[in-house]
Each structure stands twice: as structure tokens, then as C-alpha cells.
Design a protein around this ligand. Structure first.
Ligand SMILES: [Zn+2]
Ligand SMILES: [Zn+2]
Length: 425
């Protein structure tokens, strides 16, 4: 039987980044719609948008189990053979004094990705049977919250960096778990990128029921007394404080956005100092302990000729947090001091901070992998240093700061785009 192609029907949306009301045309499979005003991606319908996330999520869960049970890496040193699987890398620090850091790493690279995949498999399984029970709604909400905290792809880069670090010290080989892990990441990224928020919520709460109102495409929603629900993307009137579709709380703007953004930024700046000056890793070799900071690691890699790794660690650990803090601070000041020129460019910068933030975790993951691998008592052991905790705090704080920043303030005092007054049928 031939499958009829899925579509996203013509509908009205409010851009979450610039607050512009817009008419989204009918989208076919593979189509993407971007906001004309700020250039942000709004809705994307993947090819085979129901069956693909379902099948791929099942494949990913299967690969996840394979990665869990198969050895990931093997090293031999001084007659000792050590095998590590991925769970040990994630949990090695939990037993240590850095319990919080261990739990955070475990959540970002094991728990959150798995929960996201289970939710997608579950929800899309119901979609395939054309069933949309209300208990799927909290799961969908949880999925869209958790997916940005999953850092599984960063762990892959961390694995490659640790290999380069180890190769001069020990004999090492990659095991089956590593290859399953690479495949897993491929399927995981496809699953996450083929789940569209509007598409999911339209099935769960029938957003298109509410298409029946007049609108002013190109106008800012707050001037028309309309609010976009952050959870399900439904358009609500300003009069209610709960979304008509999903029942979640709605607000015109993120609450205390400016204050929270600045507070998290200041905290991140404070934590950035110990993150770079304190030791991130302690190596114990033949009873002698030596401490190294992030910069020591970069210099060591550069001097030993591993230029790409030195550049990766420098960019991810030293450069990215500074750039992210600088961009967020400058955006914060633009709003505070009413500078509203080249807003489209600033919105693009904001998207960049959302994307780059988690890559700073590379060095912390490297320390976790080395701690799990090298634990041969006084012969040679590696432990995390104080900076790993400060570093993790910098990443979390800058992510929280970017999350609490509301880019719609940037657009509030700019002129609306083209006015296309129309009546939706
Ligand atoms: Zn926009
Ligand atoms: Zn809603």
C-alpha cells in the first residue's frame, strides 16, 4: 500500500525569537520554513516524519544497549590490561569526591539521551496507530526540555582527544563499543533533528483548531495582544494566563529574563577564573602527583606535536566560554541601553551561543574518560582536579544564561515587517 505523504497545513505561528506573527504556508516532506524577519528556523517537516523517528529511535535504543554492554576501549600498561565501557566513563567520578560533577556527566551523556529516545519511540509509536492520548503531552514537554542538555556528541570528540593524549603513554585499542557508539550518535542526531515541535503538538492538541482568527502577518504579537505558548506553540490571547491547548502557563516574555541572564553571566565569569587557574587533572605516577591546568594541557599537546588536539582543547575550553559570555553580555547591554541596530545579526549571534555552549564540556569529559581508564594505584592513576567542577559550572551557568535571555526584547522597538493583513479561512 502506498503511503500518502505527510504535510504541515498552512497555519499561523509566532516567531519565538522576534515575536513576529507569520503565515506558514503548507509544507511538504523535506520542507523547512524560516522566519523572514529574524532568519530563525521555525518549522521543519522531515522526510517520512512519523515512521523515521520511530524506527530510528528503536535502532538507537538497541545500539545504546550494545554500547552499554560492549567494551569501549582497552589499554595495556606495565603488564596490566584494562577494559573500560562507556558506563564506567560516565560514572567513574560519581564514586569520587566530585559527586555532583559525576552525576551531571552521567545525566548528559547517558540518562537524558536515553530518556529522549524512549519518549520519541513511545510518542511516535502512538502516532503510527493514530492514537493521541493526553498522557503523551507531559512526555513531549519533557522531551523538548531535555534534548538541549544531552551532550552525547561532545563525548565523541572527548574520546578522540583522550586517545591522542594516551597514545604516547600506553598501548590502546578501540573496541566494539566505540564503533557502536559512532553509529548510535548518527541515529540519535537523525532522530532529534526529525522531531518538529509544531508537528508533534499539532497531533497531540490539534493546534489547527485555533486557526480560525484574523491576524496581521508581519506585526509583533505583543502589539496584537497575542502570546505564543512556549510548550506547544499555540497562539493565545493575552487575557488568559494558561494555554488554551496544553494548559501550561503562558507569559508574554520570559519572567525576569534580564535579571536572570545577568546573574548567571556574572556567576559564570567568577567561575571561569578557577576553571582556568586551578588544576583540572591530577596525574599520579610512581607515587608522584602532578597537577595540570587546561592551559598546561594545551601547551603540552602543542609541544608534542598534536596540533589539532591542542587547537580543539584551546577553542572548546578557553575560547568558547569567553565568546559566549561576551556575546550574551553585549546582547544584554543592547537591551539595557536601547541599542536596536542590526537586530537580525544579533539574533544570529544569540543562536550561535545556543549552539556552541555545550562544546566546552570536552575537557571535562576527557578527564572523566582518563579517570575511568587509568586507575592503577600508585603505579599510575588520574583524578579530576578542582577546575573540572568550576568548568562544569561555567558550562551550566552560561547555558542557563542563554536560556533565560529573551531575544524578543531586541525586536520590540524595531519596525514591523511587511504588513500583510488577511483573514484566515
Ligand atoms: Zn523571527
Ligand atoms: Zn500550549
Amino acid at each position: 500500500m502506498k503511503r500518502s505523504p505527510e504535510i504541515i497545513p498552512e497555519h499561523v505561528e509566532i516567531c519565538p525569537y522576534c515575536d513576529t506573527i507569520m503565515k506558514v504556508p503548507e509544507l511538504g516532506e523535506g520542507d523547512r520554513f524560516t522566519c523572514d524577519v529574524c532568519g530563525s528556523s521555525i518549522t521543519h517537516l522531515a522526510h517520512k516524519p512519523v515512521i523515521k523517528p520511530f524506527v530510528y529511535s528503536l535502532v538507537s535504543i538497541f545500539l545504546f544497549v550494545c554500547v552499554e554492554i560492549m567494551p569501549f576501549m582497552k589499554i595495556s600498561m606495565g603488564g596490566n590490561m584494562i577494559e573500560m565501557n562507556i558506563r564506567e566513563a560516565a560514572t567513574s567520578i560519581i564514586n569520587d569526591e566530585y559527586r555532583f560533577l559525576g552525576i551531571f556527566i552521567y545525566c548528559c551523556m547517558q540518562l537524558f539521551p536515553l530518556v529522549c529516545l524512549l519518549i520519541v519511540g513511545f510518542i511516535y509509536g502512538f502516532f503510527l496507530c493514530h492514537k493521541y492520548p493526553p498522557f503523551l503531552r507531559p512526555l513531549a514537554r519533557l522531551f523538548f526540555k531535555l534534548k538541549e542538555w544531552s551532550m552525547i556528541e561532545v563525548f565523541l570528540v572527548a574520546t578522540l582527544v583522550s586517545m591522542v593524549k594516551l597514545i604516547s603513554m600506553v598501548d590502546m585499542s578501540l573496541q566494539g563499543g566505540f564503533f557502536c557508539f559512532c553509529l548510535f550518535i548518527f541515529f540519535y542526531v537523525v532522530v532529534i533533528s526529525s522531531v518538529d515541535q509544531w508537528f508533534v503538538w499539532n497531533r497531540l492538541v490539534r493546534l489547527d483548531r485555533f486557526m480560525n482568527f484574523s491576524y496581521l502577518a508581519g506585526q509583533r504579537a505583543y502589539r496584537e495582544n497575542l502570546i505564543r505558548c512556549e510548550t506547544c506553540e499555540a497562539i493565545n490571547s493575552k487575557r488568559s494566563d494558561r494555554c488554551l491547548c496544553c494548559g501550561h502557563r503562558i507569559e508574554q516574555r520570559k519572567k525576569h529574563s534580564q535579571q536572570k541572564c545577568l546573574a548567571f553571566l556574572i556567576a559564570a565569569m567568577v567561575m571561569y577564573i578557577p576553571a582556568n587557574t586551578m588544576p583540572i587533572m591530577i596525574t599520579e605516577y610512581m607515587g608522584n602527583a602532578s597537577e595540570s591546568t587546561i592551559l598546561d594541557g594545551v601547551i603540552y599537546m602543542w609541544e608534542t606535536g598534536s596540533y589539532p588536539v591542542a587547537v580543539i582543547i584551546f577553542v572548546a575550553s578557553v575560547f568558547v566560554p569567553v565568546v559566549k559570555i561576551a556575546i550574551l553580555l553585549s546582547l544584554w547591554m543592547c537591551i539595557q541601553f536601547n541599542r536596536f541596530r542590526s537586530t537580525k545579526y544579533k539574533t544570529r549571534l544569540y543562536h550561535m551561543t545556543e549552539f556552541i555552549g555545550k562544546w566546552s564540556m570536552v575537557d571535562v569529559f576527557v578527564v572523566a574518560i582518563l579517570t575511568a581508564l587509568i586507575h592503577m594505584g600508585s603505579l599510575m592513576s588520574i583524578y579530576p582536579g578542582t577546575a573540572s567542577l568550576s568548568f562544569c559550572a561555567v558550562v551550566i551557568l552560561t547555558m542557563l544564561s542563554a536560556n533565560s535571555f529573551d531575544s524578543r526584547y531586541l525586536w520590540e522597538n524595531t519596525d514591523s515587517g511587511s504588513l500583510d493583513t488577511g483573514e484566515q479561512k
